[in-house]
Write a protein that binds this ligand. Structure first.
Ligand SMILES: Nc1nc2c(ncn2[C@@H]2O[C@H](COP(=O)(O)OP(=O)(O)OP(=O)(O)O)[C@@H](O)[C@H]2O)c(=O)[nH]1
Ligand SMILES: [Mg+2]
Length: 312
């Protein structure tokens, strides 16, 4: 069944089925996804990232409500970590977010990370394309800022919000995770807790250091928000939309689109390459033996695999 026309009309069950096909990486879905890609490109893509437990899902629920009441048709793609750290949170995420979604006409979808045949970055960003083509904007991606795939997904947004949680020691975990520098907006979660002020101060200190070294025209704001009380959620919504306007008015959107396209091509290529050999087409094994015997070195074997050098 051709789901594309229904997806473009915003037909919710068709959107859900199309995302499932993308997630399962059905070869038959490739043409439909290519068609959908052509129709996407209007939505403002917002990435929300931060360490496990930072408060991302709770914040996304609060954002859905705030954005929907301002008249936006909000899409959310959440990457479920399904990792030992947060196993129990997954069902909770779905329930909480679908509450928010049910009251607002938003579309919320969780992507499984485990056993994802399409590659996490590929299938998540295809789900974003589907929502984009179906007329959702903004489309929010929630992803844990840990691990290459997840960070890649977050980097494929136009506006990246890095969420830091207060209290977990004095240092900011986002630094350790290496995601602080990708932020367009810094948010500190759980501002109802007294420790939040110290986290804001630490971020401000770091930004002051960073400001001397960079000359980006957008100066990432730091906002402490409480998803529980709703404090400053509106300000965060305003900052997100201000960043979008900034990208458009300062001709920075082209640069973003360029780097997003690069990221997507490379992520998919890397995944396809890896899968080709994981599925055991046999070409790798011949080189493994040769590398063990030290007949060739691993880097020569890699070039042979890629077909960049001829086997002599
Ligand atoms: N006090 C307070 N607690 C919050 C707030 N936002 C989230 N929390 C709590 O922080 C915990 C983690 O919140 P989540 O929204 O599940 O965090 P997450 O970043 O989505 O976590 P993972 O998806 O597991 O990475 C939960 O127990 C929330 O109730 C807040 O504004 N104030
Ligand atoms: Mg979550």
């Amino acid at each position: 069944m051709d789901l594309v026309p229904l997806v473009l009309e915003g037909h919710v069950p068709a959107i859900a089925r199309m995302i499932s096909r993308a997630e399962a990486a059905y070869p038959e879905a490739a043409d439909a996804l290519a068609e959908i890609y052509k129709h996407a490109g209007q939505a403002h893509i917002v990435g929300i990232t931060g360490v496990p437990g930072a408060g991302k899902s709770t914040l996304v629920s609060a954002l859905i409500k705030a954005l929907a009441s301002a008249g936006h048709k909000v899409g959310v793609v959440a990457v479920d970590p399904s990792s030992p750290f947060s196993g129990g949170a997954i069902l909770g995420d779905r329930v909480r977010m679908s509450d928010a979604a049910a009251t607002s006409g938003a579309f919320v979808r969780s992507m499984a990370t485990r056993g994802n045949l399409g590659g996490l970055a590929r299938s998540t960003l295809e789900a974003v394309d589907i929502l984009d083509a179906a007329g959702y904007s903004p489309v929010i991606i929630e992803t844990v800022g840990v691990g290459q795939d997840e960070v890649e997904v977050a980097s494929a947004a136009h506006t990246i919000v890095v969420l830091s949680a207060p209290g977990l020691g004095d240092d900011i975990q986002a630094i350790k995770a290496g995601i602080l520098e990708i932020a367009d907006i810094h948010a500190v979660s759980k501002s109802d807790k007294p420790e939040a002020a110290a986290t804001v101060a630490a971020l401000q200190g770091m930004m002051a250091l960073g400001a001397a070294m960079t000359d980006t025209r957008w100066n990432p704001p730091i906002l402490a928000v409480s998803s529980l009380s709703g404090d400053r959620v509106r300000e965060l919504v305003d900052a997100i939309s201000k960043h979008w306007t900034h990208l458009q008015e300062n001709d920075e959107l082209c640069g973003r689109r360029h780097s997003i396209a690069r990221t997507r091509i490379l992520a998919t290529a890397r995944h396809l390459f890896q899968r080709k050999f994981d599925e055991g087409d046999g070409s790798l094994d011949g080189y493994v033996e040769a590398v063990i015997r030290r007949a060739i070195d691993p880097s020569a074997a890699a070039r042979l695999l890629l077909g960049w050098e001829k086997n002599t």
